[in-house]
Design a binder for this molecule. Sequence first.
Ligand code: GMT
Length: 377
Amino acid sequence: MKIGIVCYPTYGGSGVVATELGKSLADLGHEVHFITYSQPQRLNFLSDKLFYHEVGIRSYPLFEFAPYELALSSKMVDVVKHEKLDLLHVHYAIPHASSAFMAREILKSQGIHIPFITTLHGTDITLVGKDPSYEPVVTFSINQSDGVTSVSQDLKDETLRHFSIHRDIRVIPNFIDVSRFKKQKKDHFKTAICPNGEKLLVHISNFRKVKRVDDVIHMFVKLNKQIPCKLLLVGDGPERDSMEQLCRSYGVCQDIRFLGKLDAVEEVLSVADLFIMPSEKESFGLAALEAMACEVPLISTNAGGLPELNIQGKTGFLSEVGDVDDMVKNAFYILQPQNLPYFKMNALARALEFDSSRVIPKYVEYYEECLKMATSL
Ligand code: GMT
């Protein structure tokens, strides 16, 4: 198949899933064309099956906001026509689904029929999509898609609850390449961070409010009084400055390190004892899955799709959003020497269920179904 993938090329779950999906499809022999405004972060290798088409946005003094959606639709039309694509797969509904709809309709007027599939990732539904300024367009473009997938059952349910959707949504979870995400021997790194055998907690996110990074810090401060530990905060985003202030106000800067954005997160995860994800909303939790594949148990909330990944009392524990004391209690339990190996083993076993070799075929199968359906119309 010849597939066009549209996504946000920046750090972030939806872009990572889209890029890794494209790379895996290319490995399977499909031709994959990325259509984005800059080179996707993880698209860092050459393959004769992978192509990148940059969406150029022409500005003009009249435009206070350059119309990216139009430039994207035009680029999709161009790539579909000249590369003879079979289907478009857009990740994150806003604005990619409505741009794909526009591209499909333009192509239809020229006698070219191409289906598009929309993958819902999370905040495109749970936060941004519900906002009245976007909701009518999101509802329309989901209904107009030739196929729709969501990354968890919870996200599917939430979509059906809040939008007037009259079509089926296929659940296809996030996935990882377990040959990359696995525990590596990095003892020297652990000793450098935890010189006195402290336990190591890790949080990775885009530091948006929805991630509740402050709960990670509140929790760490309480836990550190019971078990000596250190905390690594990986990633960057709008909350980073206020989180640094919070660490200063607690006087714990010597125990917490901000590492910023990292490419090789698996190296940090390889030395972690516990991963903390206290999100207010989380449709799946890809960062947590990556941690689990590196044998790191999970302390999370029970928000969104997290219960579909984190199994209570086996791979970690789930608490109500904001219940920091419960998270401390659970972390204390997991970190006991007699408990930790059990949770690590279960975290790995659960992560293996989401290996790309199990999940990618679900996308291929869905593409084939959607293509068949589109050609039978
Ligand atoms: O808001 C984010 O965390 C980024 C967002 C994205 O779309 O880039 O992540 C969402 O998609 C990921 C991949 O499907 C999921 O693993 C994340 O759970 C989801 N984030 C939220 O729902 C908050």
